[in-house]
Design a protein around this ligand. Structure first.
Ligand SMILES: [Zn+2]
Length: 92
């Protein structure tokens, strides 16, 4: 794969049959529901919309933290004016 990406092994598709969310056994996906598909080894995991949005949000924070670390290592100073990542995890 030529293009470098941290998220190239994830995509959204629709459930082909009803099944449980693989992040939370209490979540049930119905046939046709949008879900996040994450390739893992030769298989893939499927997460319901609520879990997927949480995972994506966590990953965005993680990526921002990594970017800040890299920028900080170069500048050797905190960049002023950057807003801390806001938590939106309890909306819903
Ligand atoms: Zn779920």
């Amino acid at each position: 794969m030529a293009r470098k990406s941290l998220v190239q092994r994830s995509e959204v598709d629709q459930a082909k049959a009803a099944h449980n969310c693989q992040a939370n056994q209490n979540h049930r996906l119905q046939k046709g529901d949008s879900r996040l598909k994450v390739y893992k080894d030769r298989s893939h995991d499927h997460y319901c919309k609520a879990c997927a949005l949480g995972i994506i949000e966590q990953d965005i924070k993680k990526l921002q933290a990594l970017a800040l670390q890299l920028a900080g290592a170069r500048d050797d100073a905190m960049t002023p004016g950057l807003e801390p990542p806001r938590s939106t995890s309890d909306e819903r």
